[in-house]
Design a binder for this molecule. Structure first.
Ligand code: BEZ
Length: 322
C-alpha cells in the first residue's frame, strides 16, 4: 500500500512538473503607463507596440496600456518603474532629467532648427548614448526616444514683444528646463499637468500656455486666446522606459524583441510629427487670431542665460550642437 501511495505521489509531482515545463517559461502581462489621452499619437504608438509584441510572441506576452495618467502622474510612474511595480512607460523627460541632467539639455531653446532636425537629434548619438546612463542612475532601461513636436506659446491678450509676457503666468509642463526658460524671460512659470490646461486658460488662471501645435489645434487651446506665438522654441522629446528590475528577469531574446518593437513605435511618433507638424502650423495660421511668427531673436539674451545655467550642469550642449 505504502509503495502504491509513493508511486502515485511521484507520478503526480512528475505530471505537475511536466505541466510547468510545457507552460511558456516567461509568459508576462506587462503594464505600460503614460499620461497622454487614448487618441494621442504617443498612446496610439504604445498600443501598436503592445499589439505587435502580443502577435509576434504568439500570445505569450501581453502589454496592457494605461493612458491618461491612470497609474499616477509621471513622478509616481517613475517610482513604480524603479520598484518594479510598473513594467514600462512612455514619459516626457521630466523625471529622467531630474535624475540625469544631461537629458535636460535636450530642452535647450532652439537646439533643433525645425521639427525634422529635432527628429535627427533624437535618432542619433550623442542623444542615444545618453540612454546608457539610465539603469545605474535612474533604475530604468531607456529603449529610445519619441517626440511631441516643437513648442509654441498661446496667450490671452496681445503679444508683440517678449516684454508683453513679462510677469505673466504661463502654464508649463512641470519640470526644470522649461521652468528655467520661462524664468529667463521674466514670466511667472506655472507648472500644470495637461488635463488642467484648457480650463486654466479659459478662466484666466493662467495668462498663457506653453504647448505643441498638435494639441493647440486638436484640443482647441486657441478658443480663449488672442495671440499665438509660433516660436518653435523647444523640442519635446518623449522616452520609452522599461523597469530595470523587470529587465533583469527577461531573457536576451525577450529583451531584443522588446527593444526592437518598442523602438520602432517610438520612432513612428517622431516621423508622424515630422509629417504633420506643417499642417497643424498652417491650421493655426488660418485662425482668426493674432498669429505671430518669431525666432530666437524674440527671446533676447534669455537663451544664452539658459545655456549658461545648464552648461554648468551638463557638458552635452556643445556635443549636441555638433
Ligand atoms: C504637455 O504637458 O504639454 C504635454 C505632455 C505630453 C504630451 C504632449 C504635451
Amino acid at each position: 500500500m505504502k509503495m502504491i501511495k509513493k508511486a502515485l505521489r511521484t507520478s503526480v509531482i512528475g505530471l505537475a512538473l511536466a505541466g510547468l515545463m510545457s507552460a511558456p517559461a516567461h509568459a508576462r502581462d506587462f503594464k505600460l503607463g503614460l499620461l497622454t489621452p487614448t487618441n494621442h499619437i504617443w498612446t496610439q504608438a504604445a498600443q501598436n507596440f503592445a499589439d505587435e509584441l502580443h502577435t509576434s510572441s504568439e500570445g505569450e506576452h501581453k502589454v496592457s496600456v494605461f493612458p491618461s495618467s491612470q497609474l499616477g502622474n509621471e513622478a509616481q510612474m517613475m517610482q513604480m518603474l524603479q520598484s518594479g511595480a510598473l513594467d514600462m512607460a512612455f514619459l516626457t523627460l521630466a523625471e529622467v532629467s531630474n535624475r540625469v541632467p544631461d537629458f535636460g539639455i535636450l530642452y535647450a531653446p532652439y537646439l533643433a532648427k525645425d521639427v525634422a532636425d529635432a527628429g535627427r537629434i533624437l535618432k542619433d548619438d550623442p542623444a542615444r548614448s545618453m540612454l546608457d546612463q539610465l539603469p545605474v542612475k535612474a533604475g530604468v532601461v531607456g529603449i529610445g526616444y519619441g517626440m511631441g513636436g516643437l513648442r509654441q506659446i498661446v496667450s490671452r491678450g496681445k503679444v508683440e514683444t517678449v516684454s508683453d509676457l513679462s510677469g505673466k503666468k504661463i502654464r508649463i509642463t512641470p519640470f526644470g528646463p522649461i521652468l528655467d526658460f520661462y524664468e529667463a524671460i521674466a514670466t511667472a512659470p506655472t507648472p500644470m499637468p495637461l488635463p488642467a490646461v484648457y480650463e486654466a486658460l479659459a478662466n484666466g488662471q493662467v495668462d498663457a500656455i506653453d504647448m505643441d501645435a498638435e494639441l493647440i489645434v486638436k484640443l482647441r487651446y486657441y478658443d480663449h486666446a488672442d495671440t499665438i506665438l509660433l516660436s518653435n522654441h523647444m523640442m519635446f522629446p518623449m522616452i520609452g522606459l522599461v523597469s530595470n528590475r523587470v529587465w533583469q528577469q527577461l531573457s536576451q531574446p525577450e529583451r531584443d524583441d522588446i527593444t526592437n518593437m518598442m523602438n520602432k513605435h517610438l520612432l513612428s511618433t517622431i516621423d508622424t510629427y515630422i509629417e504633420k507638424e506643417g499642417d497643424w502650423l498652417e491650421q493655426i495660421r488660418q485662425l482668426d487670431k493674432n498669429v505671430v511668427e518669431v525666432g530666437p531673436e524674440f527671446f533676447g539674451d534669455a537663451i544664452s542665460r539658459w545655456e549658461t545655467k545648464w552648461s554648468a550642469r551638463s557638458n552635452m550642449l556643445e556635443k549636441l550642437r555638433q
